[in-house]
Structures are given as structure tokens and as C-alpha cells.
Design a binder for this molecule. Structure first.
Ligand code: MGD
Ligand code: MGD
Ligand code: MO
Length: 710
């Protein structure tokens, strides 16, 4: 009578590409996931999940999910598929791959993945070992943070920087090109706690974002000009005697050279380039240096223009000059990932890569597929997992053209028939996080988090790792790695003997769910008070000599080739956006508006952007524009507008607002082009050119024009 069915609970880790990596609890009743909630014990998750995840259990049962292997039965892109068995799917895929290898060589096959799943086992590099063994083209994965990572490693080395929880001790918090309230929500309470204790919150963002609105001070540079702003701040600190000379002399390299370069950044010049009043630059320099502990949280968006890498090197110099590292809660936060004891070589097996294997970058998929890159052999077999490039990668019209090629054999593993999967020859059903085992690193805090399989997969879904085991067996690869279960792989990838693990084992995770790495507690972590940076000199390197551009692991797992890029400017500095009146006046005449495309509050990249209730929450694709820019085009609030350049176009509804400056428009990311007003999305217009360091994207470096749609 009235008996409650027994509930079982399991530890989860949010699988999304987000700095928060929330610790979750799965609740299971009769084999069904009935609730997913944030773990109350976890100091950052604090029991709360974001708007995207709060009904995550239902997401598993979304009726649109791909539940069985599907084979295309209509023209490419028509979304006409018929169910086939796993045996048929694996046999057909591996037979087609063997055929491609015999005709064109193994490099005609390319894997393509990103962090749509962030687990060590199911994530970014889940297929690397298999594809490296196969001899395929190597996929360089630099959607996000690769440019800031190269800049970071050059300047301060692989340190995790300031613990995000240490921010409660900060008195001056700068959030630079990061929209925390939307994209790093679980960090925000620490910022508010600091504010309550008297800290000032400064947000530097090219538009008035949710986070900018909540700040004590919003500084609004023109997109892609942060390098000039940072150099201007450095110049003002030096000029006005706000440099901690004792710390700088002991713990940095290249101060005189940096000072000489900074002298070129006069207040007038910086104001003209950035649009930030000279008085504000001077005030920031004074306040940041004199209100200790001061700290900068750098957002990924800082890297998204031609000069992104140089910008981040300059930003990294500011807390060093101010001596901020002397204090708990002072310094910089980029991403703590660098201190995670993960054996990436075990995960990715770069030792399998045959010498001379070519590399194709994620951002240039379209160019690679349509023949722009003169690849020989052309890519004939493509396997995409954990990413949705038709929505998320630049030059999407080219990607669509490439994916439509009749001679391309394209397979994807997915949860849904996304705008990318629509073009596949075979779609494989992939598990969601409640249906597989994993271990989650984080790029936003210092916790390692277990994700336990809570339920049997819906339909015939299989985990990425399991799919690669099936491929490996069919290809006759008998390396032990291809025979290990998902949880065995998780255990195999962690360096348990590393000091950060403090002697704990898997059993600890099964009992507690997560572990804060032993790198100091939030109240005492002070990694660089005395310098001791993990750079060649042991100091902050303002000046680097003979450095070459590189892409850091795990974005690219080919160690021997890492240091072979172009020369790097020995000093930080300002490189103007590629698409600007200064760099390309002809282009700027035709396309006078700079578009930025930050993350949507209600979507996680393109995930959830196909769910009607999530679209209702987020609203239709909008385009923010200033009253002056709107009036000049006869656009009123709510009008449909078309945004375009030579690469493509998309449509949205105009929102006329002072939240953007003249000459800048904002359209957030994630919308599916198949669900938009027209067959386009913000990436239809974005460029696949790289930022100066780490071959990062340039999503904030795109000129467009806007017209009203009649
Ligand atoms: N809700 C939500 N959360 C997410 C995601 C999501 O899609 N939705 N995605 C996740 C992922 S993959 C990532 S990488 C993180 C990214 O998180 P964030 O680093 O916060 O990334 P964005 O939202 O792209 O950009 C942050 C802010 O930078 C500003 N910006 C853009 N260009 C410039 C510039 O040139 N200068 C300055 N000063 N500001 C600029 C934008 O206006 C925006 O408000 O968020 C993660 N969290
Ligand atoms: N214009 C513009 N473009 C951007 C950005 C921007 O700011 N502006 N941001 C860039 C950034 S920072 C990033 S990180 C990228 C993100 O772009 P993507 O990596 O493409 O991110 P998602 O759109 O989340 O796509 C992940 C896909 O993987 C699938 N997936 C999730 N888990 C699994 C799994 O376990 N197995 C399999 N097989 N599939 C799974 C999901 O269903 C989803 O379709 O976008 C980039 N694109
Ligand atoms: Mo990202």
C-alpha cells in the first residue's frame, strides 16, 4: 500500500562544455531517470543547476532522440533515414573505410570532434586512439581557449592560476570578456560574496551583457581592441608609478622591454582605438594596482580576433605588474585544467600517429571538404562526434556544401538529427550522461568529478567509447585500450600517483562523487607569491625569445609538431582586428558593422536549441543594434532583419538598444539554421581565419551589413 518504489541514486558530472562542471545526483526509479539535481555538498554546484540542465532527466526521454542506427534513404540533407541494426551499421562503416583506405590511403579519413561531451572517456579525444591507430588525418581541435592557452603557457606556464573559490578574498575583481551570469553561473556567488565584503566588480565587455549590467563598473571597448586597452593600462601603471617593482624585479622577465613597448600606447591613441575614455584607462590602472588582492577572470571571448593571443599576453602582464600574485585571491584565472593529473598521451595515443601525418583544423572543415585546401587525398570519409559544426563552426555555407558531396562517406554519432547529422549517410545513437560512465575534468574549477551510469541507455544508444571499441574490433585492432570498459578507461587516464590526487583512489569517487585537487585550499592557495611559475625562467615571461606559435594539448595531440608554427612577437602588444576599417577599409565600406556572437543564456552551444520550451525561454534569434544604426537602416524594434556579408547571411529580430555602441551588433549563438527564420545562423557569416596564437577562432572579428526584411 502506498509503497514508494525504491529510488536509487548515482553520482553525476555535468557533461557539457562549461567551466562549471556541476556535480549532480541522478535519481532512478524502476530503471527510469526521474530527477537530476545539483549536489548540495559540492562547494561550487551548491545544489543548483542552470536553466539548461534543470530538467536534464526529461532531456534523456526527448521524443526526437536518435535511438537506433539510421541509414540515409533520401538525398543528403533531406533528413530521410531508415532504421538499421548495429551489426549492419558497423559492418557497412568499416567496409567503406577499408575501401577508402585501399583507394586513397588512410589519411582520406578524418575524425572531427569537440567538447560536446567533456568527459575524459567520452569527450574531446574519445576517438583519438582509434583514429590514430587507423592512420587517419589528425584533427586539430581549437574551437575554444586554444589561443588563450598558448598565450597563457608562453607567459605564466601551465599553472591553474587563482582558484575560482578564492575570489571571495579578492577586493578588485575584473571579469574580462566573460558573461559569467550566463556562462559561468556557479562562479557568480563567489563574486557576489566578495562584493558583499567590499570588493569592486568590473566587467570589460564589448556590449552590456547580463554580467556587465550587474557590475559596479562596465568598460565597453570596441570588439577586438582589448590588446590596445591592456597595453594602455600597462602604460598608465608604469607612467604613474603603480608598478610593484620589488615583485617585478624578482618574478618577471622583460620588464624594461615591456615598458618601452607600452610607451607607444599613449592615452589619446588608446582612447581612439578602443573607444574607452583615457580617464577610465588611468582610473582602472590606479584602482587595480592599489586595491589588493586584485584579480582578472579572463573569458574565452578575449581570443576571438586576429590579435587575440597578443591581447591575452598583455592582460596576463597586468596582475604581475601590480604584484597581485602576492595575495590569496590575487592574480589571474584562465583555466585550472593545467593542474589536472590527466595522462593525455594515454587518452589520445599520439604514439600511434605515423610520421608525416597531416593535420586539419576544426575551424576549416568547410575549406577542407570543398577542396579549398588542396588536400591530397581529399577527405572521403568523415566521422563527427560531440560537435555540431553546421551550427557552431565558421563558414557554415561551405561546410554544408562539403557535407553535400555525393562522394563523401559521412558518419556521425548523435543524440538528435542536428543540422550537421541531417547530411550523414549513417547516424549512430549516442548515450547521454545518465547512460554511461565517465570522469570529468574541469576548466573552471579544481574538482575532478565522477559520472556514474545510472540507467540503461534509451533505445540502442551506445557511448562514444563503446562505439570505438566496436570499430576497433571490426578493424582487427587488438590493443588492450580497445578492450577496456568505460570505467576502466576512466581509471586508466588519471595519474593517481600525482601529488594532486593526495593518495585517493576510485573508491573515493564512488563514495564521494568528486575531489578538489590537492593544490591548496581556496583559503590558502597562493601558488606564485614568490614567483615559481612553471615557465623556463620560473618567472612571468613578458619577453619570450625565439618562440614559435603552437597548439597546446589536449587541443592537438601531436607533440613533435607542436613547436613548429610561425614566429611569435617577443612582446605582448596590439594587433588590430583583421576585418576593421583600419585593416581593410574597402571591406569596411561595404560591411560597416562589427558583429559579436556570444553564448545564448538558454542554450549550451547548440544543445537544447531544438527543444521548444528552451527556445521559448531564450526567445527567437535577435540582433541587438544601436538606435543610430537602426535608424540609418529604417529598422524599428522587433523588425525582422537580414545580416550578411560575402560568406553568407542569417535573419533575426531587431532589438534596438543602448546596450551596444554604434557600429556593433550582437546576435547570440546556438540557434539551428533549420529552425530559424531563414536557412542561416550567425556562423553563416563568420570567418574561418585564425587568431594569431593557438589557431583559435575569430568569431569577434567579422564585418557585416544589416537590412530590414520586408
Ligand atoms: N548559457 C551558456 N553557457 C555556456 C555556453 C553556452 O553556449 N551557453 N557555452 C560554454 C562554452 S563552450 C564556453 S567557451 C564558455 C564561454 O563563456 P564566455 O567566455 O563568457 O563566452 P562568450 O559568451 O562567448 O563571450 C563572453 C563575453 O565576451 C564578450 N566579447 C566578445 N568579443 C569581445 C571582445 O572582443 N572584447 C571584449 N572585451 N568582449 C568581447 C561578449 O559580448 C560576451 O558577453 O561558456 C560556456 N557556458
Ligand atoms: N559564432 C560563434 N561560434 C562559436 C562560438 C562563438 O562564441 N561564436 N563559440 C565556439 C566555442 S567556444 C565552442 S566550444 C564551440 C562549441 O560547438 P560544439 O562543440 O559543436 O557544441 P554543441 O553545439 O554543444 O555540439 C555538441 C554536439 O555533440 C552532441 N553530443 C553531446 N554529447 C555527446 C556524446 O556523448 N556522444 C556523441 N556522439 N555526441 C554527443 C550534442 O548532441 C551536440 O549536437 O562553438 C564555437 N562556435
Ligand atoms: Mo567553448
Amino acid at each position: 500500500m502506498n509503497e514508494q518504489p525504491a529510488r536509487k541514486t548515482f553520482f553525476g558530472g555535468c557533461p557539457h562544455d562549461c567551466p562549471d562542471t556541476c556535480a549532480m545526483i541522478y535519481e532512478v526509479e524502476d530503471g527510469r531517470l526521474v530527477e537530476v539535481r545539483g549536489n548540495k555538498e559540492h562547494p561550487m554546484t551548491r545544489g543548483g543547476l542552470c536553466v539548461k540542465l534543470k530538467d536534464y532527466h526529461d532531456h534523456h526521454y526527448n521524443p526526437d532522440r536518435v535511438l537506433y542506427p539510421l541509414r540515409r534513404v533520401g538525398p543528403k540533407g533531406s533528413r530521410q533515414f531508415a532504421r538499421i541494426s548495429w551489426d549492419e551499421a558497423i559492418a557497412e562503416i568499416t567496409a567503406r573505410w577499408k575501401d577508402i583506405i585501399a583507394k586513397y590511403g588512410s589519411q582520406a579519413i578524418m575524425p572531427y570532434s569537440y567538447l560536446g561531451n567533456e568527459g575524459l572517456v567520452q569527450g574531446l579525444t574519445a576517438g583519438d586512439a582509434f583514429f590514430n591507430r587507423l592512420g587517419s588525418t589528425v584533427n586539430e581541435k581549437t574551437f575554444c581557449a586554444s589561443g588563450s592557452s598558448t598565450a597563457w603557457l608562453l607567459t605564466v606556464g601551465p599553472t591553474g592560476g587563482v582558484d575560482p573559490e578564492s575570489f571571495v578574498h579578492s577586493r578588485y575583481i575584473v571579469i574580462w570578456a566573460c558573461n559569467s551570469i550566463s556562462t559561468n553561473l556557479h562562479h557568480w556567488p563567489f563574486v557576489l560574496e566578495a562584493q558583499k565584503r567590499g570588493a569592486k566588480i568590473v566587467v570589460i565587455d564589448s556590449y552590456r551583457s547580463r554580467t556587465a549590467k550587474a557590475a559596479d563598473w562596465h568598460i565597453m571597448p570596441k570588439p577586438g581592441t582589448d590588446g590596445a586597452l591592456a597595453m594602455g593600462i600597462i602604460a598608465a601603471m608604469i607612467e604613474n608609478g603603480y608598478v610593484d617593482r620589488e615583485w617585478v624585479d624578482k618574478c618577471t622577465v622583460g620588464y624594461p622591454e615591456l615598458a618601452a613597448r607600452a610607451a607607444e600606447f599613449t592615452p589619446d591613441y588608446v582612447e581612439r582605438v578602443t573607444g574607452v575614455p583615457a580617464a577610465d584607462v588611468a582610473r582602472f590602472a590606479r584602482e587595480f594596482a592599489t586595491t589588493q588582492p586584485s584579480v582578472i577572470r579572463m573569458g574565452v571571448a578575449l581570443e576571438r580576433h586576429a590579435g587575440g593571443g597578443q591581447t591575452i599576453r598583455a592582460v596576463c602582464a597586468i596582475p604581475a605588474l601590480a604584484g597581485s600574485w602576492r595575495h590569496v585571491g590575487g592574480g589571474l584565472l584562465q583555466m585550472p585544467l593545467w593542474e589536472f593529473p590527466v595522462d593525455w598521451a594515454r587518452v589520445s595515443r599520439p604514439d600511434f600517429i605515423r610520421p608525416g601525418t597531416r593535420v586539419v583544423n576544426n575551424l576549416q572543415l568547410g575549406r577542407a571538404l570543398v577542396g579549398d585546401m588542396q588536400l591530397d587525398p581529399l577527405i572521403m570519409g568523415l566521422y563527427i562526434y560531440n560537435t555540431n559544426p553546421v551550427s557552431q563552426a565558421p563558414e557554415t555555407n561551405k561546410i554544408v556544401r562539403g557535407l553535400s558531396r555525393e562522394d563523401l562517406f559521412f558518419v556521425t554519432a548523435e543524440h538528435f538529427v542536428t543540422d550537421t547529422a541531417a547530411y550523414a549517410d549513417i547516424v549512430l545513437p549516442a548515450t547521454m550522461a545518465g547512460e554511461h560512465d565517465d570522469m570529468m575534468f574541469s576548466w573552471g574549477h579544481f574538482y575532478l568529478t565522477i559520472n556514474e551510469k545510472a540507467i540503461e541507455p534509451c533505445g540502442e544508444a551506445k557511448s562514444n567509447a563503446q562505439i570505438f571499441r566496436l570499430f576497433a574490433a571490426a578493424m582487427g585492432f587488438d590493443d588492450t585500450q580497445f578492450k577496456m570498459s568505460d570505467m576502466e578507461l576512466a581509471e586508466h587516464y588519471v595519474q593517481w600517483a600525482a601529488p594532486q590526487m593526495a593518495g585517493i583512489d576510485m573508491e573515493y569517487f564512488r563514495r564521494h562523487g568528486y575531489f578538489h585537487l590537492a593544490v591548496g585550499t581556496p583559503d590558502d592557495r597562493l601558488p606564485h607569491a614568490e614567483g615559481k611559475f612553471p615557465t623556463p625562467s620560473g618567472k612571468v615571461e613578458f619577453l619570450v625569445k625565439d618562440a614559435k606559435n603552437f597548439v597546446a594539448p589536449p587541443f592537438r595531440m601531436m607533440y613533435e609538431a607542436m613547436q613548429s608554427g610561425e614566429d611569435v612577437d617577443p612582446l605582448p602588444g596590439y594587433v588590430p582586428p583583421r576585418e576593421s576599417a583600419a585593416s581593410n577599409p574597402e571591406l569596411a565600406k561595404r560591411y560597416p558593422l562589427n558583429v559579436i556572437s556570444p553564448k545564448s543564456h538558454g542554450f549550451l552551444n547548440s544543445c537544447y536549441a531544438n527543444e521548444p520550451h528552451k527556445i521559448r525561454g531564450q526567445g527567437e534569434q535577435f540582433v541587438l543594434m544601436s538606435p543610430t544604426d537602426a535608424a540609418a537602416r529604417g529598422v524599428r524594434e522587433g523588425d525582422p532583419v537580414r545580416v550578411f556579408n560575402d560568406r553568407g547571411d542569417f535573419e533575426g529580430l531587431a532589438r534596438v538598444t543602448d546596450d551596444v555602441r554604434d557600429g556593433v551588433i550582437v546576435a547570440t549563438l546556438g540557434y539551428w539554421r533549420s529552425l530559424n527564420r531563414s536557412d542561416g545562423s550567425v556562423n553563416s557569416i563568420s570567418s574561418a581565419e585564425f587568431c594569431g596564437l593557438g589557431r583559435a577562432p575569430t568569431f569577434s572579428d567579422n564585418l557585416v551589413q544589416v537590412v530590414r526584411v520586408n
